[in-house]
Design a protein around this ligand. Sequence first.
Ligand SMILES: Nc1ncnc2c1ncn2[C@@H]1O[C@H](COP(=O)(O)OP(=O)(O)OP(=O)(O)O)[C@@H](O)[C@H]1O
Ligand SMILES: Nc1ncnc2c1ncn2[C@@H]1O[C@H](COP(=O)(O)OP(=O)(O)OP(=O)(O)O)[C@@H](O)[C@H]1O
Ligand SMILES: [Mg+2]
Ligand SMILES: [Mg+2]
Lengths: 227, 227
Amino acid sequence: MIRLEKLNKSYPMADAPVHVLRDLDLFVAEGEYAAIMGSSGSGKSTLLNVLGLLDRYDSGSYTLGDTLIRDVSEREAARLRNQYIGFVFQSFHLLPFKTATENVALPLYYAGVPRRRRNELALQMLERVGLRERADHLPNQLSGGQKQRVAIARALVTKPRLVLADEPTGALDSQTSNDIMDLLASVNADGMTVLVVTHEHDVAAKMRRVIHLVDGRIASDRIQVPS
Amino acid sequence: MIRLEKLNKSYPMADAPVHVLRDLDLFVAEGEYAAIMGSSGSGKSTLLNVLGLLDRYDSGSYTLGDTLIRDVSEREAARLRNQYIGFVFQSFHLLPFKTATENVALPLYYAGVPRRRRNELALQMLERVGLRERADHLPNQLSGGQKQRVAIARALVTKPRLVLADEPTGALDSQTSNDIMDLLASVNADGMTVLVVTHEHDVAAKMRRVIHLVDGRIASDRIQVPS
Ligand SMILES: Nc1ncnc2c1ncn2[C@@H]1O[C@H](COP(=O)(O)OP(=O)(O)OP(=O)(O)O)[C@@H](O)[C@H]1O
Ligand SMILES: Nc1ncnc2c1ncn2[C@@H]1O[C@H](COP(=O)(O)OP(=O)(O)OP(=O)(O)O)[C@@H](O)[C@H]1O
Ligand SMILES: [Mg+2]
Ligand SMILES: [Mg+2]
């Protein structure tokens, strides 16, 4: 599903480039469920953005399924994302003037699903994240954790083959967080490949594999028994 | 420092108002250090926004120091906030076209501190949150946890009398989170009253008092030995 070889990425800055991902090698098989951990600034979101075709890399290679991702046009990247990937952003990125339902339904709209059906699927997904009663609220009428759950629902509504979640429980209390982790475990049981960036140890403990990033390198990559 | 009596707050919505804070009674003495916990949507950010003079309430009373907060004009609220309160927002609210240093220095600018001095204080505070090397980065050139730490630095730079922090470690790994909690403990030791909304039990464990919100009411309010 995912193969990274000697991947490097830097951000240009006025005084000196910031070398964020350094010679990264990573192989993720279809259907896996892995946690990516690392301290603040270690490169987790950057890695996820590269994997999610939201940002380019400088050297090495990234192969997604059978497709080598190199010099992909914005149009082609958008097509691949819509087809393959569900992304939960660390800062949610909900459309401010659309309701929770409309935000969740958006990927279905891009996939050409007719209006009544996409509304129905969006409401079901909101139900699954415990937000049926907030269906008509705008993002600024939602709490932090509710926005996060709308972002999760949106990422899952098209049943994508690859789910990339950047700290999906960061704004959630432990009960709600458990519910979300159960939801992610169930989509993984349905066959979706799930990568979760998290800094919470009890979230990572539920996953079969834990990858640690330190200063943009993979410092450890272990299989464990999920708790 | 803070006295709430029978405080109520609702948000108007098209079909029915959302009654978020219900008959809240709360007394916080000067110099206290308390955690506010509760599930997603229970009213924590709403409570903090009322305490921070960022939002109004409907009935009951809120007294801050010697001042009854009722029908306060926007101008007067801004004056009180700048004078008294440091606020860490759940979604950071950094100015996008200002550097980390400029963002942290902003409250000092409002307080009339001359430019060289406020730059110096801002850099010291960035140092204390581990971000000296990111001083010239814009918010979109910072990781999620780095933005959070800039927001914390900004809240503390004027040594306010009251610090209101809405999930200040939500985006941080455990080591960085410990560093921030040490920083908050030290500003509390300097005499600042600190209220921290958190959903993390190990963060709440470090505080002398833990207040639990359930559906907008205070369900429990206990003193404990900090761990
Ligand atoms: N502007 C608004 N209009 C209508 N409802 C709102 C508005 N802002 C918040 N709410 C609702 O009020 C309730 C409390 O929101 P609040 O942000 O205080 O929760 P919270 O405890 O901070 O949650 P979280 O832990 O998810 O951040 C939520 O159910 C939310 O949907
Ligand atoms: N556009 C950018 N320009 C310059 N530097 C950047 C940019 N975006 C991120 N960085 C830097 O790259 C490093 C990695 O950022 P990244 O967002 O990947 O970290 P992270 O592991 O997700 O951290 P966190 O846990 O705080 O979210 C950080 O030190 C950050 O300052
Ligand atoms: Mg990140
Ligand atoms: Mg909140």
